[in-house]
Design a protein around this ligand. Structure first.
Ligand code: ZN
Length: 261
């Protein structure tokens, strides 16, 4: 089976020592495509380098956790990175009112500026939203962008808005967690085939259903089959179908940017 991993933090220090091995293991496991996430300017530049080295694609953006430390010219720097063919989306950007590592007003300014950039460049956005749905809704209603709501963890109302808005929905190993993933498990069957993206968000969110359980808690793209398996089971579909939907949708995200053909 061929897999697309629509979100990997390959620049994480957790992958520093054995990045080549991680990518080789992923390829052996059938992962033929990865989107390498950038979460600030330095990491976005590094993700671009890794994308070039391994033949993948990447994002350039500022994560809400990093919103507090942007420079005056960060939009210009993102613009430069986004002019490279490997850099296919603006992000990871968004709002995180769960951990609040940056002040909320600052998160909102930095998100809005990146949404405007995505709109201007006609590039998809790679969005992060934790416990900030109503503010995200207000932000999205002010612009006209396409893209993906990555690592969706919201409720039915949020899912319905994101789908109506035209976004794709990224599902991670969160769905493999029988406790905190219960709400997501109930919502996963409601995502239309043409809006579903599967991502590991490695090295985070190791699937709790993974067998055998690795000694380290580090997630890696090779483990995406466990996420696909769980999604397939919840949707009553074959794993091959789920993997193929995600692959097709990812290709469409890069060409037209959203689920609306
Ligand atoms: Zn995220």
């Amino acid at each position: 089976m061929q897999y697309t991993d629509a979100g990997v933090n390959l620049t994480s220090h957790q992958f520093e020592q054995d990045c080549d091995d991680i990518v080789a293991r992923a390829k052996t496991a059938g992962v033929s495509e990865m989107l390498l996430i950038g979460t600030n300017i330095a990491e976005s530049a590094q993700s671009l380098e890794l994308a070039k080295r391994y033949g993948f694609v990447s994002t350039a953006g500022v994560h809400p956790h990093d919103a507090k430390s942007v420079n005056d010219d960060y939009i210009q720097q993102l613009n430069t990175l986004l002019s490279q063919p490997e850099v296919v989306a603006v992000g990871e950007c968004g709002l995180d009112f769960n951990r609040d590592f940056s002040p909320r007003p600052q998160q909102q300014i930095v998100l809005h500026e990146q949404l405007m950039l995505a709109q201007q460049l006609n590039k998809p956005v790679y969005l992060h939203e934790r416990d900030a749905f109503s503010t995200m809704q207000t932000q999205l209603e002010r612009v006209n962008v396409k893209g993906v709501l990555h690592c969706f963890t919201g409720d039915a109302q949020a899912l319905s808005f994101y789908l109506d808005y035209g976004l794709m929905i990224g599902v991670t190993g969160w769905v493999c967690d029988e406790r905190r993933g219960a709400q997501l498990q109930a919502l996963v069957p409601l995502i239309p085939d043409d809006r579903l993206l599967v991502e590991t968000d490695a090295p985070y969110l190791i699937p709790r259903t993974l067998k055998p359980k690795p000694k380290s808690r580090r997630n890696e793209p090779a483990f995406i089959s466990a996420v696909v398996q769980q999604i397939a089971q919840l949707r009553g579909q074959s794993e091959a179908h789920v993997a193929a939907c995600s692959q097709t949708n990812f290709a469409r995200l890069l060409t037209t940017g959203n689920g609306q053909i």
